[in-house]
Design a protein around this ligand. Structure first.
Ligand code: MN
Length: 199
């Protein structure tokens, strides 16, 4: 059993003008693909097999963890964006939880943006749900993934330079602004756990 690169859930041109087709072609077709291929190569070398990428992220160490987590993180990233995204979340459980956890959607976006801009080096900025149902913003370095801490990731922004260098050069701020034009609130709401919602 080998892992497959998941298809993008939209056309290469669909996120323009915020994220270009060229960026997606490289970021998905080269970077993400390379992580998936490396996981498959490493499992083959070890004579192991696995069909649950999240389980591998929770249990693997070293280079296998790095590549498995990068494969998982990118899959969440593509589904954190949508050509129909942006704006503010519609009234509902996510909007309520953001207001409860951060004060308001605006306060959440400001906190997330601050962390994305201040994050040093390569990494990821996440909206996660804790066991108690509350939401938090966290950043992780390199491949690190909040699944390891038992958190439920709802949204993620890739702040590795390869995510924006083609379109924005070194301007991470412009890239994070583009992220907000595309953010898929509906997908994030679907990821909120039913257990927490039923509390
Ligand atoms: Mn990336």
């Amino acid at each position: 059993m080998t892992f497959k690169l998941p298809d993008l859930p939209y056309a290469l041109e669909a996120l323009q003008p915020h994220i270009s087709a060229e960026t997606l072609r490289y970021h998905h077709g080269k970077h993400h693909a390379a992580y998936v291929n490396k996981v498959n190569d490493m499992l083959k070398e070890r004579g192991e097999s696995c069909d649950d990428l999240a389980e591998l992220v929770r249990s693997a160490d070293g280079a296998l963890f790095n590549n498995a987590a990068q494969a998982w993180n990118h899959a969440l990233y593509w589904t954190s964006l949508s050509p129909k995204g942006g704006g503010d979340p519609k009234k509902g459980p996510l909007a309520d939880a953001l207001a409860e956890s951060f004060g308001s959607v605006k306060d959440f976006k400001e906190r997330f943006t601050r962390l994305a801009l201040s994050h040093f080096g390569s990494g990821w900025v996440w909206l996660v749900q804790n066991d108690d149902g509350r939401l938090a913003v966290v950043d992780t370095h390199d491949a690190a993934c909040p699944l390891r801490e038992g958190l439920n990731p709802l949204l993620v922004c890739d702040v590795w330079e390869h995510a924006y260098y083609v379109d924005r050069r070194n301007d991470r701020k412009a890239y994070v602004e583009a992220f907000w034009q595309l953010v898929d609130w509906t997908a994030a709401e679907k990821r909120m756990s039913t257990a927490a919602a039923a509390r």
